[in-house]
Ligand binder design. Structure first.
Ligand code: CTP
Length: 403
């Protein structure tokens, strides 16, 4: 999954021959799952048609302050466009447009949108080699960079003039990769490893039967995706579940029993920065596992159970630099029990899960949780989607770890 998924991308196109390549850039953004709107300078329409770009972007294309051909002369709101955008990318950026951007000139809708936008701005220049080297172009670059805008440098190659040199717009794939990498590099958990457990565990009784529970794994998978969205490399150790992540930054390690989960988690813990144990691990397992299917001979049947290893507790005991988060599922004296677990398992944060509230707990897509920090700060939350709970949790962890 690309980090650009669901991002609102505004692509500004100016009047250079490289504008034809911008069609491919739109396709790359759309393929990555981004929402794309295109804003063109009027002159750029000589190089690529708005119809091509609106077809590819699946959105109207803006090239003037009013909607063309509309008798009511509906105003195209550049302020709304600027505020809609998570990213503004101007590719190709001509010497003319860059000089105007550098000096606050605002004589077309692209420039007005640029002035209104509060989001990060990238620009990919394209022009002939002498123009690229000209002092005034260099001055534009410097000024735009000083505003915090990001230059995606032009490449060297054959130019429309027939000359060979610097000034070719970076290839669409390179622009795409540059932006993706730039965003990833700035994420707060970049370079951090997060270990997460999810789902139930199955404890074998015989070759065909097991003791399990109703955990769906939804909460743990949502946390894994939220952590990956913040740039972390995520190791997700999960019991049997139908959940899928589809995120390149999440490595899924499936396990079945509590014992397997224990071993897998301990393999990764040393290199972990943040460990979040949301799995509903079986507390007991059959003491003896029958090697053959048990026949129904007896009228009553008893299975002797023994305790499984407490994975969370074992991590608390050997904790060094890790930030350790546990979950607690309580039905009575919830706060008191959760605080007790926070202390006895040497945690930095505990997420108290409620089974009392409608819409919270196993199987459903919503959850109602209370966060308790190691300094006894209690943060109560409303019923939210598990995705939102995961995001709230990761934000709190960021705050607590000052990441
Ligand atoms: N947990 C674990 N290994 C186990 C049991 C639980 O890592 N064998 C973790 C869970 O993933 C969760 C936390 O411990 O993060 C709390 O689990 P919970 O069942 O609420 O508490 P327990 O400590 O098992 O205590 P009790 O069942 O007595 O309430």
């Amino acid at each position: 999954m690309s980090i650009l998924k669901d991002k609102n991308i505004l692509l500004g196109i100016t009047a250079g021959i490289a504008a034809y390549k911008s069609a491919n850039l739109v396709r790359l953004f759309i393929k990555a799952g981004a929402n794309v709107k295109v804003v063109m300078t009027p002159a750029s329409k000589d190089f690529i048609t708005p119809l091509t770009l609106s077809t590819l972007s699946k959105n109207p294309v803006y090239s003037s302050f009013t909607e063309d051909g509309d008798d009511s002369q509906v105003w195209n709101n550049h302020v709304d466009l600027g505020l809609w955008a998570d990213l503004l990318i101007i590719a190709p950026a001509t010497a003319n447009t860059m000089a105007k951007m550098a000096n606050g000139v605002c004589d077309n809708i692209l420039l007005a949108t640029y002035l209104s936008a509060k989001c990060p701005v990238y620009f990919a220049p394209a022009m002939d080699l002498d123009m690229y080297k000209h002092e005034t172009t260099k001055a534009s670059f410097e000024k735009l960079i000083s505003f915090g805008n990001k230059l995606i440098p032009a490449g060297t190659g054959e130019l429309a003039s027939g000359l060979v040199g610097e000034g070719r717009m970076a290839e669409p794939e390179d622009i795409f990769n540059y932006i993706e990498k730039d965003i990833l590099d700035q994420l707060p958990l970049k370079g951090k490893r997060v270990l997460i457990t999810a789902g139930p565990t199955y404890e074998a009784i015989d070759p065909v039967r097991f003791i399990g529970n109703h955990s769906s794994g939804k909460m743990g998978f949502a946390i894994a995706n939220a952590a990956a969205g913040l740039g972390a490399e995520v190791i997700l150790v999960t019991g049997p579940t139908h959940q899928k992540t589809g995120n390149n930054f999440v490595t899924v390690n499936p396990v079945t029993s509590a014992d397997e989960m224990y071993n897998e988690v301990h393999k990764h813990y040393k290199e972990t920065d943040i460990a979040i144990l949301s799995a509903a691990v079986a507390d007991y397992r059959p003491k003896n596992v029958a090697s053959q299917k048990i026949k129904k001979k007896e009228f009553t049947f008893t299975i002797e159970l023994e305790k499984t290893k407490d994975i969370l507790k074992s991590l608390g005991e050997i904790k060094s630099h890790q930030f350790l988060v546990g979950f607690a599922l309580e039905t009575n004296n919830a706060l008191e029990h959760a605080k007790g677990k926070l202390k006895s398992k040497n945690l930095d944060l505990i997420v108290l899960n409620s089974l009392q509230d409608k819409g919270a707990g196993f199987g459903v897509s919503t959850n109602k949780v209370t966060f308790i920090t190691s300094t006894n700060e209690i943060i109560e939350n409303d019923l939210k989607s598990k995705r939102e709970v995961a995001q709230d949790l990761m934000e709190l962890i960021l705050k607590q770890t000052h990441a």
